[in-house]
Design a protein around this ligand. Structure first.
Ligand SMILES: Cc1ncc(COP(=O)(O)O)c(C=O)c1O
Length: 405
């Protein structure tokens, strides 16, 4: 057989896809799965928004909703994104500093392939979102892990040591974070920006959850280091259209021009229907604010239920209350060590035996052997509680079968 690009052989099925395939088999067998794995809202965007798009679809007899759009996205949308960021307290951007992409995934690929060459090293904070590493490795780069402190803020001393030791191309920061819900605080935000400037490196800031903050505030790193920051964002979470694939990048124009050419080669343009939907969303300030408030309040109730249920059913677990995003990151070391089991094995059993889907922490960082990520986005508070109760039930059942050493 003719051979393959060795880099493509490194790409594995994503952790969430792996879980999805087991889940799909169980669903076919008629099992009702409690979804604590999915990073998407469990309800569609508001009806009013959907009705407005439906009306356009029915009444507009032109190609407007169906044709190719500019590669960097519709001008009106880029303008609205710039206004939205400004209104949220972010930087002043021109539409030429914004590239609309086919979801966050295409944003990440366009950015990384614009800046990385084989051998380049990219910093990740342990733990962090698993989506970047496969792309970095596909492009011939390498991930270097830096620890975080107790509240998951990056360990700046360890970062400084790494930057002194070796040449680093980029740092990736997710804030609010997936999987921990940590929001970067002002001190760490400034320190990261200063280091990016001093060491002349790219600082990629993933702001996918920036409007989903329960406590605290989002610090816009671009404001501190506009020459170095490349921000990545998605519409998959707010307003919640992950399957319609829409996201964006903002940075200095030169970076955007290059990433746009990559996007041109992979998708030619972002999906037009999703762009029109988000135009309706961002243009109507009242509807936008209502949608965000509704999403945030629903997530807050679910976040609170998650933490309460962990305290109730898993008192030995350690969890830092997430201040933003859609996930809680739960350290089950105290239970799993006794079971002589890591979280990957435990998550699999949890799905197969108790029909609860979670994501093992090991996918988010090299030291996350006993953690699991529980999403609170997709299920009702009652089902979240039931899912967590079943975690305890499984632990108890396994414990009763484990011989004590
Ligand atoms: C932090 C973060 N960045 C990027 C993405 C990818 O976004 P998309 O689903 O739009 O490709 C996700 C998806 O879960 C995410 O959590």
């Amino acid at each position: 057989m003719p051979d393959f690009n060795p880099n493509v052989l490194r790409i594995r099925e994503s952790p969430t896809r792996k879980i999805d395939s087991i889940k799909e088999r169980l669903v076919k067998e008629g099992k009702d799965i409690i979804l604590l794995s999915a990073g998407q809202p469990g309800f569609p965007p508001p009806r009013e928004l959907r009705e407005r798009l439906a009306k356009e679809l029915i009444e507009d007899d032109t190609m407007r909703l169906y044709g190719y759009t500019p590669t960097s996205g519709l001008a009106e949308l880029r303008e609205l994104i710039a206004n939205d960021i400004k209104e949220l307290g972010g930087p002043s951007l021109t539409p030429d500093q914004i590239l609309v992409t086919a979801g966050g995934q295409a944003a990440m690929f366009s950015v990384l392939s614009s800046i990385l060459k084989p051998g380049d090293k990219v910093i990740h904070f342990d733990p962090t979102y698993f989506g970047y590493q496969p792309l970095i490795e596909y492009l011939g780069g390498k991930v270097l892990w830096i620890p975080t402190d107790s509240e998951y803020q990056p360990n700046i001393e360890k970062l400084k040591e790494a930057l002194e030791r070796e040449k680093i191309k980029a740092i990736i920061l997710v804030t609010p974070d997936n999987p921990t819900g940590r929001i970067i605080d002002e001190k760490h935000a400034k320190a990261l920006a200063d280091l990016a400037i001093d060491h002349d490196l790219w600082l990629i800031v993933d702001e996918a959850y920036k409007t989903l903050i329960f406590e605290g505030e989002h610090y816009w790193l671009y404001k501190y280091a506009p020459e170095n920051v490349i921000a990545i964002d998605v519409f998959s979470k707010d307003p919640g259209i992950p399957g319609w694939r829409l996201g964006f990048v903002y940075s200095k124009e030169e970076l955007i021009r290059r990433a746009k050419l990559v996007l041109q080669e992979i998708v030619y343009c972002p999906p037009s229907i999703a762009q029109h939907f988000v135009i309706i969303y961002l243009k109507d300030r009242k509807l936008k604010e209502l949608t965000r408030r509704r999403l945030l309040e629903e997530l807050r109730v679910r976040r609170n239920k998650t933490i309460e249920s962990i305290e109730r059913y898993l008192p030995e677990a350690k969890v830092v209350k997430p201040r933003g995003g859609m996930f809680s990151f739960v350290d089950l070391e105290s239970y799993l060590k006794k079971l002589r089991m890591d979280s990957e094995e435990f998550s699999k059993l949890l799905l197969e035996k108790k029909y609860v889907a979670s994501v093992p922490g090991s996918y988010f960082g090299p030291t996350q052997k006993y953690t699991v990520r529980l999403s609170f986005a997709a299920e009702s508070p009652e089902r979240i509680e039931e899912g967590i109760r079943r975690i305890r039930e499984l632990i108890d059942e396994l414990q009763s079968r484990t011989p004590s050493s």
